[in-house]
Write a protein that binds this ligand. Structure first.
Ligand code: UD1
Length: 427
């Protein structure tokens, strides 16, 4: 298995190109199931999760072609064509590896009147149930059956009627499934306390480009007027705000200065706020964002929350950066119950972090030291890379498949701004 070796201590300097957003791409891809016309997605990141989703779509009989990009370019253009759907089952093996597979349930209900999807099971960052996906689809008129580890959703003859649902907890994935299912319902649907992450706005914008009628885009109250059919479209995936935030933390912890090309500051308010509170300079400039750190980092107190709050997907990376702040930071994780798996690894690198339930107290230290580390999820792995960039000596990060799920050509982007980082095959 490959590993990454980082020799820390080099301030990052230069331009990092921000890729298309993984989490947006994973909800735009299943939209291809909603129409028999081609859907072309531009700026799709080259990531293991995207390849996995492409595989799932092929399993349903969707043809996928990749065109127009050279290997040295970031991003790809993919055209998906669901002229005929030949299967309506997402098997355990695919869903287990990629939770986002559950996002085929809504569009398959809409287009085929039914789908069978394996229950995803547990995952490293908590239980992650799918009850809200099922409840909202039921509210839109689907009949749900659970058997033998699979969920089967069936629409009445004539299609989903649509309906009203108020989410008891904000859920990104359940909101996405509901939007896709409701787009071609025979009636109107209303979603209250819906997620309003920028990736949800990206999904709404694509659905509208395909002919959907949605009111309240960007708010937590969405009204979807079902239309008889959707058509094809060409759409550019939004930039990855979590990738941009991660590289901002990387630049800051090294006392560096980088330009994040393509990043959109208006979608990153909470991250930018936390970085500025920590004394990092973050400025919108033409074509992206400039990030620079020239003095000591200050501690911050922050809780994760649904958008526009501070993203749970940025918690581990901010924590890594705060390990070197002058004072104690307090981070509270409110979204997932088991999202501090990077803490023992950061402590092995010399950090001084204590956790109590959902709160982590990060007592700043004056230096980190390189170590062999590994993490059990994507953002936790990135936090170890960030720590390694500032640590004295050599850090070896194992289990790279997590990073490959979510960071397009990480070592290339970081070495391009002066980091001493390489990927090697391990024995
Ligand atoms: C998405 C993101 C993930 C991010 C998360 C929160 C993708 C592919 N993944 O995950 O990177 O960390 O949003 O911003 O976009 N919940 C339930 N029942 C459900 C669904 C969710 O109780 O049916 C709970 C979850 O356990 C969690 C909270 O709701 O505590 C939020 O989860 P949700 O927003 O659904 O996360 P995902 O869509 O899975």
């Amino acid at each position: 298995m490959d590993k990454i070796i980082i020799r820390g201590g080099k301030p990052l300097s230069g331009t990092i190109q921000i890729s298309g957003a993984k989490n947006a791409a994973l909800t735009l891809l299943p939209c291809a199931l909603l129409t028999d016309e081609p859907l072309t997605l531009r700026n799709l990141p080259r990531l293991a999760d995207i390849d996995g989703f492409q595989h799932l779509m092929t399993q349903f009989g969707v043809s996928t072609t990749i065109a127009g990009s050279r290997p040295e370019d970031f991003g790809r253009v993919m055209t998906l064509e669901a002229t005929r759907i030949t299967s309506s089952t997402a098997p355990y093996d695919l869903v287990r590896k990629m939770r986002a597979s559950i996002l085929v349930l809504g569009p398959m209900l809409a287009r085929m009147g039914g789908a069978t999807v394996s229950l995803p099971g547990g995952c490293a960052i908590g239980n992650r149930p799918i009850d809200l996906h099922l409840k909202v689809l039921e509210a839109l008129g689907a009949q749900i059956e659970l058997a033998a580890g699979y969920v089967r959703a069936i629409a009445p003859d004539g299609g989903l009627p649509g309906g009203r649902y108020a989410f008891p907890v904000v859920s990104v994935g359940a909101t996405e499934n509901a939007l896709m299912a409701a787009a071609t319902a025979t009636g109107k649907s209303t979603l209250h306390n819906a997620a309003r992450e920028p990736e949800i706005v990206d999904l709404c914008n694509l659905l509208v480009a395909m002919g959907a009628e949605i009111e309240g885009i960007g708010s937590s109250d969405l009204t979807i007027h079902g239309v008889p059919r959707l058509h094809g479209a060409t759409y550019r995936v939004m930039p990855d705000r979590i990738e941009a935030g991660s590289y901002a933390c990387a630049a800051a912890i090294t006392g560096g200065s980088v330009h994040l090309a393509g990043a959109r500051i208006e979608e990153m308010d909470a991250t930018v706020g936390a970085l500025r509170d920590a004394g990092v300079h973050v400025e919108p400039v033409r074509g992206g964002i400039d990030v620079a750190a020239d003095g000591p980092l200050r501690p911050v107190t922050i809780s994760t929350a649904p958008y526009p709050g501070f993203a749970t997907d940025m918690q581990a990376q901010l924590m890594a950066m705060l390990c070197l702040a002058e004072g104690s930071s307090v981070l509270t994780e409110t979204i997932f119950e088991n999202r501090y798996m990077h803490v023992p690894e950061l402590n092995r690198m010399g950090a001084h972090i204590e956790t109590k339930g959902r709160t982590a107290i990060v007592n700043g230290v004056s230096k980190l030291s390189g170590a062999e580390v590994m993490a059990t999820d994507l953002r936790a792995s990135m936090s170890l890379v960030i720590a390694g960039l500032a640590a004295e000596g050599e850090t070896v990060v194992h289990r790279l498949y997590h990073l490959d799920r979510g960071y397009e050509r990480l070592e290339e982007k970081l070495s391009g701004v002066g980091a001493d980082i390489e990927r090697v095959g391990s024995d």
